[in-house]
Design a protein around this ligand. Structure first.
Ligand code: NAD
Length: 496
């Protein structure tokens, strides 16, 4: 899309400016199609200018050599601004994504916490002294910034994904060019304003809005980018890794997941049903770690799935400001189409459609991208339905017989982002958690993450880790195992 009145929504070298070629994009609410905002869309020239600003600023050395404590203080000021302006940020996030305002408010609290965490971490450990085994030598490891980071982020948790990249980069003394999803640019703009207000020097943080192939692809190819950090889909991740190979830049990929939620017969029944619903239907399933695969023990399969279906049919759907709504629309018409096609293919393959599988009826849903929470039972192991991400409100159900069978089925995916185990036998739950080839495993819980614990995918869910402080870098996997010691029904979906 293009027009003469391109707004000043690119931030390059400390200046707000329009796109050079004047491209603009209208952002429309996924909930009802109303116009939310209009932004400038950059092209390769704008991206080139942003990369140049970040490179020049890094090579100048002033920023990289500022005190890490000062960089930490800047992040703490950003955290304060995020708390101060939480309502504005949350509204902007819900406007672009259509997600419920209460969820956006929770995201903003997580984002402020992320900036606070990295603000406090900056400067704590500048390096290590290494024992050389000799009194006649001295050896040390110094932690240094990587350089210029290219950051590409998705639309599902727009600002949270940005925060996980921007905050540690500032803590480390890197400079960056950020390209958020073209569908959800608003909170990235607000964040750049907050960074500016907090005193980030010109050229350290640059924002280019635009489409993936136009702006994102250049970040992956460009020789002046030292690290490309990407969060998004597997296919895009593969193409970014391939482009990055030409200049052997460092690559961090946070990709998709097809995450198993393993429920043993000895789990607390109501708690497990409640978490199974929340795991998959939160934010209409548009969560990388969504518990989209229920792997349930044979003995309780029928009773469990019946109750799950009963509760699923009671989930209330609505727009971001509908206080009664428990979940919302999908991000776009194209995504709605993709989710519908996914379900149709699963049914063609033999999955039993227990509920959902279509758009909700009624005038209030007519202009939004809504899709009913869907349960597909009796899906075959290894089938399309259980191996490919739908990234929508679609739950598949597989059965297992015993512990070994559960592990075998849960690991039978090329993804390895996250998973969960529900059981009242703590030893068994821990054993299974150890055997799951997924980067985060929750026990009797689903979805909590901690900035101080590792977040990253095994297998084709990613390369490298965001958050946490791992010991042996890329040479060791660091699995985060989180156990809820007082599991209770969260009543996210109240079943009325
Ligand atoms: P996507 O891959 O379509 O887009 C992600 C970003 O990449 C966007 O900014 C897009 O503009 C850009 N892009 C697209 N094509 C590009 C190209 N050729 N070169 C460079 N950049 C390009 O993903 P999406 O639909 O925005 O997000 C959903 C996906 O993100 C899901 O697969 C989800 O699992 C994943 N995700 C993963 C995590 C995680 O932590 N592992 C978190 C959130 C989302």
């Amino acid at each position: 899309m293009s027009n003469d009145e391109s707004p000043n929504t690119l931030f390059i070298d400390g200046t707000w400016q329009p796109a050079g070629a004047g491209g603009v994009r209208e952002i429309r609410s996924p909930a009802d199609g109303t116009l939310v905002t209009t932004v400038s869309e950059g092209d390769r020239n704008d991206t080139e200018r942003a990369i140049h600003a970040a490179r020049r600023t890094f090579d100048d050395g002033t920023w990289a050599n500022t005190s890490a404590w000062d960089r930490g203080d800047l992040l703490l000021r950003v955290s304060d601004i995020l708390v101060r302006d939480q309502a504005e940020f949350a509204r902007a996030e819900s406007g672009d994504t259509g997600k419920r305002l209460v969820e956006s408010e929770q995201d903003m609290a997580d984002i402020a916490a992320c900036f606070r965490y990295f603000g406090k971490l900056a400067g704590i450990n500048g390096g290590d002294v290494v024992d050389t085994g000799s009194p006649d030598s001295f050896s040390r490891v110094r932690y240094e910034p990587v350089g210029v980071c290219g950051m590409i982020t998705p639309w599902n948790f727009p600002l949270l994904q940005v925060a996980w990249k921007v905050a540690p980069a500032i803590a480390a003394g890197d400079t960056f060019v950020l390209k958020p999803s073209e569908l959800t640019p608003s909170t990235a703009i607000l964040l750049m304003r907050a960074l500016d207000e907090a005193g980030l020097p010109a050229g350290v943080g640059n924002l280019v809005l635009g489409s993936g192939p136009e702006t994102g692809a250049l970040l992956a190819e460009h020789r002046d980018i030292d690290l490309i950090s990407f969060t998004g889909g597997l296919h895009t991740g593969r193409s970014i890794a391939a482009s990055a190979a030409a200049t052997v830049k460092k690559v961090a990929l946070e990709l998709g997941g097809k995450n198993p939620n393993v429920v043993f017969a000895d789990a607390d029944f109501d708690t497990a049903v409640d978490y199974a619903l929340m795991a998959v239907f939160l934010h209409s399933g548009q969560v990388c770690s969504a518990g989209a695969r229920l792997v349930v023990q044979d003995d309780i399969h029928d009773e469990f799935v019946d109750e799950l279906v009963r509760r699923t049919e009671k989930i209330r759907i609505g727009g971001p400001y509908d206080e009664d709504a428990e979940t919302g629309p999908l991000i776009s018409a194209a995504h709605l189409e993709k989710v519908s096609a996914h379900v149709a293919k699963a049914v063609e393959e033999g999955a039993v459609l227990r509920t959902g599988g279509r758009r909700p009826e009624g005038e209030r849903y007519a202009n939004g991208h809504y899709y009913l929470p869907t349960v597909l039972d009796e899906v075959a192991q290894g089938s399309y339905a259980v191996t490919e991400e739908s990234f929508g409100p679609v739950l598949t159900v597989e059965r297992f017989t015993d512990e070994d069978d559960a592990v075998r089925i849960a690991n039978d995916t090329h993804y390895g982002l996250a998973g969960a185990v529900f059981s009242s036998d703590v030893s068994k739950a821990q054993r299974v958690a150890h055997r799951l080839r997924h980067g985060t495993v929750w026990i009797n819980d689903f979805h909590p993450y901690l900035p101080q614990a590792e977040w990253g995918g095994y297998k084709q869910s990613g390369i490298g880790r965001e958050l946490g402080r791992a010991g042996l870098g890329e040479y060791q996997e660091a699995k985060h195992i989180h156990q809820n010691l007082r599991p209770q029904p969260p009543r996210w979906f109240d079943g009325r």
